[in-house]
Design a protein around this ligand. Structure first.
Ligand SMILES: *Cc1c(COP(=O)(O)O)cnc(C)c1O
Length: 374
């Protein structure tokens, strides 16, 4: 279905550069390729991880884990969203050696029941045990862990292979005390679980944990945003902790029309823009149906031939107006307009996030929906 004029490109060479930069930080990596690899394409991302010899990957759903396995990825695949875990999912996971998250007694019940079924005969379900260290989202609390360990000990067909938890504020320098508290709870949980399962691995850090907290517990980190060239510490005093990241996604479209707008004339819905002087304007084929925000801040820009052009007027469903007056070369209908990335003074995902009053994660996840399937 062709419903957008936008072209989303993914620079896998830059993805590999980011992966190498993150690999050099001295931790094993479990790159996060959930949500279709943050919009960049799940299966291609999984192939890149195989090629780089990375043997842990984190996806969202068990179904995504299955797709990655069937695509040929042979490493460990953790499904971070495997809730609620159904019996079918648990058996599928055991059969394909996928690693669902067990984060609640409901999950544990489901996994135990599944592994008692005749179809599960001879199978072992590898599991990631999620600990709530302060996110209060998914996971067992420290005081529940003794009971979890007892239940697991009584069910040898469930094998915890990794302990996982997630950091709430690792990107915020002012919140370091909270992050340290999360580290401490994580360490205590690991002490308890490792008494029973000495070979169990531990993974706590996201991008910010990996890049900004040298003493982070757990030998495996799970970077997501940084792989795609985003900096979760953008705008904080930690911004410089990941200077070498390269942008991976770019989005472009075309100019549909170019024409003068004389002083005093208005433009678009609501006459939201009125020219204070003679302008040259153009309509680019991208709008809120193409995941562009309808109400970006007044600083919003796009880029033509490497030069920025301001967004003006009201963003429409499939069109947005840009002010072309200051371009050094006369623009024409059909010219390529970069919404994100591209050559020259490229617009970054962080800038768009600021103009949209959101975070870089949302920008790439949204634009990723326009990507043609692999
Ligand atoms: C999304 C996610 C990550 C990756 O976080 P980034 O900030 O993108 O590095 C890591 N762990 C869990 C549990 C996640 O959900």
């Amino acid at each position: 279905m062709i419903r957008s004029n936008c072209t989303v490109r993914v620079d896998w060479e830059n993805f590999r550069r980011n992966l190498r930069f993150l690999s050099a930080r001295g931790k094993d990596l479990m790159p996060v390729i959930k949500a279709d690899a943050y919009g960049h394409g799940l299966l291609r991302a999984a192939s890149e991880l195989s090629r780089a010899g990375i043997d842990w990957a984190a996806v969202g759903t068990v179904r995504e884990a299955e797709l990655v396995r069937d695509h040929g990825y042979s490493g460990h695949i953790v499904a971070l969203l495997s809730s609620p875990l159904t019996k079918e999912e648990a058996i599928l996971a055991a059969g394909k050696k996928l690693i669902p998250l067990i984060h609640s007694f409901d999950c544990l019940d489901a996994a135990e029941n599944a592994m008692r079924m005749p179809e599960a005969e001879g199978l072992v379900l590898e599991a990631a045990i999620k600990i709530d260290t302060g996110m209060a989202r998914l996971g067992f609390r420290l005081e529940e862990l003794e009971q979890v360990i007892e239940r697991l000990a009584a069910c040898p067909s469930i094998m915890p292979v990794i302990q996982i938890s997630h950091l709430a504020v690792a990107d915020e320098p002012d919140e370091d005390a909270y992050t340290q508290m999360q580290f401490e709870i994580f360490r205590r949980a690991a002490d308890m679980l490792r008494r029973q399962y000495p070979g169990m691995r531990c993974s706590l850090g996201n991008t910010a944990g990996l890049l900004s907290h040298a003493g982070i517990p757990g030998e495996i980190c799970r970077p997501g945003l940084a792989l795609y060239g985003g900096n979760p510490m953008y705008g904080t005093s930690r911004e410089g902790d990941c200077p070498e990241l390269k942008p991976v996604m770019s989005v472009s479209t075309r100019l549909l029309s170019v024409h003068p707008l004389r002083r005093g004339e208005s433009l678009g819905y609501g006459r939201a823009y009125v020219a204070e002087s003679d302008r040259l304007v153009g309509w680019a084929a991208v709008g809120y149906a193409d995941c562009y925000r309808r109400n970006p801040s007044p600083e919003a820009c796009m880029c033509i031939n490497g030069v920025r052009v301001p967004v003006i007027g009201r963003v429409a469903m499939q069109m947005t107006c840009v002010d072309l007056t200051d371009l050094p070369e006369a623009p024409r209908a059909g010219d390529e307009v970069y919404v994100l990335g591209g050559p020259g003074n490229a617009v970054t995902m962080q800038e768009i996030a600021t103009w949209w009053n959101t975070i870089a994660y949302e920008v790439i996840c949204q634009f990723g929906k326009l990507r043609e399937d692999d």
